[in-house]
Unconditional design. Structure first.
Lengths: 115, 108
């Protein structure tokens, strides 16, 4: 199992450009999440999905969009990049059932700089 | 509102024991997680508590008191490789709310 994979690892964007951060998991997890982590800070939830076709906003969704057309993939779209979106982005997945939620598995992260 | 508090930084000596505290105020509680994050890497899962008491896993233990909104992570026999950030996260509903993390530095 590759676990959670993210591409690209690094990216530099100019202000106003757009891009998609890719995330794929091969563990058949129903839940997937996108977080951002600013230097010295904790993780802030951007969007999450409880299954294919279902997405919901987290704490900091402005400036981002997501889709979940398959169980495996959960891409994050940045439209009109701004310097405030300079951060490290982590994708995560977990299995959840009526018995409880299991731990989240994280991808290696994408380091994005907007200048 | 949702609030999770942890100390920002701690230092300890190799071979010692360190306790990292976490207090929380959330609208709902369905479990508390501890994650370890080395610099420049992704967080990795350490422990999960949903009932009061102590969960032990090798050198690491985690304690929960739901009535006090309090948890701690106990690291024994510290090693240099334990230098990392430790993130406390609470699950009020379907999502996790993370604290800002405690950066632990272990010195020889």
């Amino acid at each position: 199992n590759a676990g959670v994979t993210q591409t690209p690892k690094f990216r530099i964007l100019k202000i106003g450009q757009s891009m998609t951060l890719q995330c794929t998991q091969d563990m058949n997890h129903n839940y997937m999440y996108w977080y951002r982590q600013d230097p010295g800070m904790g993780l802030k939830l951007i969007y999450y999905s409880v299954g294919a076709g279902i997405t919901d906003k987290g704490e900091v969704p402005n400036g981002y969009n997501v889709s979940r057309s398959t169980t495996e993939d959960f891409p994050l779209r940045l439209e009109l990049a701004a310097p405030s979106q300079t951060s490290v982005y982590f994708c995560a997945s977990s299995y959840s059932s009526t018995g409880g939620m299991y731990e989240q598995y994280f991808g290696p992260g994408t380091r994005l700089t907007v200048t | 509102g949702q609030n999770i508090d942890q100390p920002t930084e701690m230092t300890a000596t190799e071979g010692a024991i360190v306790q990292i505290n976490c207090t929380y105020q959330t609208s709902g509680f369905n479990g508390l997680f501890w994650y370890q994050q080395h610099a420049g890497e992704a967080p990795t899962f350490l422990s999960y508590n949903v009932l009061d008491g102590l969960e032990e896993k090798g050198r690491f233990s985690s304690f929960l008191s739901r009535s006090k909104g309090y948890s701690y992570l106990l690291l024994k026999e510290l090693q240099m490789k334990d230098s990392a950030s430790y993130l406390c996260a609470v699950r009020p509903t379907d999502k996790l709310i993370f604290g800002t993390g405690t950066r632990l530095q272990v010195f020889p």
